[in-house]
Write a protein that binds this ligand. Structure first.
Ligand code: C2E
Ligand code: CA
Ligand code: CA
Ligand code: CA
Length: 270
C-alpha cells in the first residue's frame, strides 16, 4: 500500500492514515519514535547563485521506522501536528540539527522548519536559546523557517518572532507565494529571507511569479532563496532573476548527516 518515493523514502498515499484506529496507532508509534531515538535528521545543502557553493543546509526530519523503513515527513507530520506531538518532535529536530551544524566548518548555516503550533508556545524562544547554548552554535548560523499559514498564528507567535530576532536567529518565510496573505505578512513579519515555493519553479513554463517574488525580496531588502531547483536551466533563470540562494536536486538531495560531513570535507565552503 505504499509507493517508494524520491530518495528511497517510503511515502504513504494521501489519506491512507487519515482516521480511526490506524491514526491512533500512528500517533502512539510516533510518540515511541520521538522518545526512543527512531527520528533521524537529513540535511539538504543550500547553495549560492551563481556558483553552487554550499552555504548551509536545511534540516529535514525522517523516521527510521522499525518495520516500514525510512519514512519521509509526508507520512507523519500531519499526524504530529494534529496530535500536538509536533512540539516534542520539533524540539528534538532543533536540538539534533543545531548539534550537527555546530560541527560544520566556517559560517555554514542550518535551517530548521518550525510549525505554527510550536511557534505559539510561550516557551519556544527559551527552547531555541537552550539549543544554541548547549550546541555552541552561534545564533546567526541558525535560520528558523516559518510558513505563511502561521502568521495569523495567535498566542505568543508575534512576541516569539521578535524574541527569536533578539536572540540573533534569522527568520525565513517558507513556501513563499502559496499562502493567502503574502503581502501583509511581509509588512508585519520581521523576516530576513523568503523561500520561493517550488511550485513557482516551473519546468519550461513562465517564471513570472518567481520574477515578482525576487523583485519583492529586493524591495524589502530580503535574501531570496529558490527551492526545488532540478535543472541547470532553472538555476540559470533564477540566477538571472536575482535569486541569491538555491536548493534542489540539481545541486544536492537531502542526505544523512554523515554524508553531508563527507561532502563538506571534500569541498571549499563559503
Ligand atoms: P519544505 O520545508 O518545503 O522542504 C522541502 C522539501 O522539498 C523536502 O521534502 C525536500 O526533500 C524536497 N525537495 C528538495 N529539493 C527538491 C527538488 O529539487 N525537487 C523536488 N521535487 N523536491 C525537492 P521532505 O523532506 O519530504 O519534507 C516535506 C515537508 O515536511 C517540508 O517541506 C516541511 O514542510 C516538512 N518538514 C520536514 N522536516 C520538518 C521538521 O523538522 N519540522 C516540521 N514542522 N516540518 C518538517
Ligand atoms: Ca522548509
Ligand atoms: Ca519550502
Ligand atoms: Ca513545501
Amino acid at each position: 500500500v505504499k509507493a517508494r518515493g524520491e530518495g528511497g523514502i517510503e511515502r504513504y498515499r494521501p489519506g491512507m492514515e487519515a482516521r480511526g484506529a490506524e491514526r491512533r496507532r500512528l500517533v502512539a508509534d510516533l510518540h515511541t519514535a520521538i522518545t526512543s531515538g527512531q527520528l533521524v535528521t537529513h540535511f539538504q545543502p543550500v547553495v549560492t547563485l551563481p556558483g553552487g557553493r554550499i552555504t548551509g543546509a536545511e534540516a529535514l526530519v525522517r523516521w527510521q521506522h522499525p518495520s516500514e523503513g525510512l519514512l519521509g515527513p509526508g507520512a507523519f507530520i500531519e499526524a504530529a501536528e494534529q496530535s500536538g506531538l509536533i512540539v516534542a518532535l520539533g524540539a528534538w529536530v532543533l536540538r539534533d540539527a543545531t548539534r550537527e551544524a555546530a560541527t560544520w566548518p566556517g559560517e555554514l548555516t542550518v535551517s530548521v522548519n518550525v510549525s505554527a503550533r510550536q511557534l505559539r508556545e510561550t516557551g519556544f524562544p527559551d527552547l531555541v536559546a537552550a539549543a544554541l547554548r548547549d550546541s555552541g552554535l552561534p545564533p546567526h548560523r541558525l535560520t528558523v523557517e516559518i510558513t505563511e499559514s502561521l502568521a495569523v498564528g495567535g498566542g505568543a507567535t508575534a512576541g516569539n518572532l521578535q524574541a527569536l530576532r533578539d536572540l540573533g536567529v534569522r527568520l525565513s518565510l517558507d513556501d513563499f507565494g502559496t499562502g493567502a496573505s503574502t503581502l501583509s505578512l511581509l509588512a508585519s513579519c520581521p523576516v530576513d529571507q523568503i523561500k520561493l515555493d517550488r511550485s513557482f519553479v516551473p519546468d519550461g513554463g513562465s517564471f513570472a511569479i518567481a520574477d515578482a517574488v525576487a523583485q519583492m525580496a529586493r524591495a524589502f531588502g530580503l535574501q531570496a532563496v529558490a527551492e526545488g531547483v532540478e535543472t541547470a536551466e532553472q538555476a540559470a533563470r533564477l540566477t538571472a532573476l536575482g535569486y541569491d540562494r538555491a536548493q534542489g536536486f540539481h545541486f544536492a538531495r537531502p542526505m544523512s548527516a554523515a554524508d553531508l560531513r563527507a561532502r563538506l570535507a571534500g569541498e571549499v565552503v563559503v
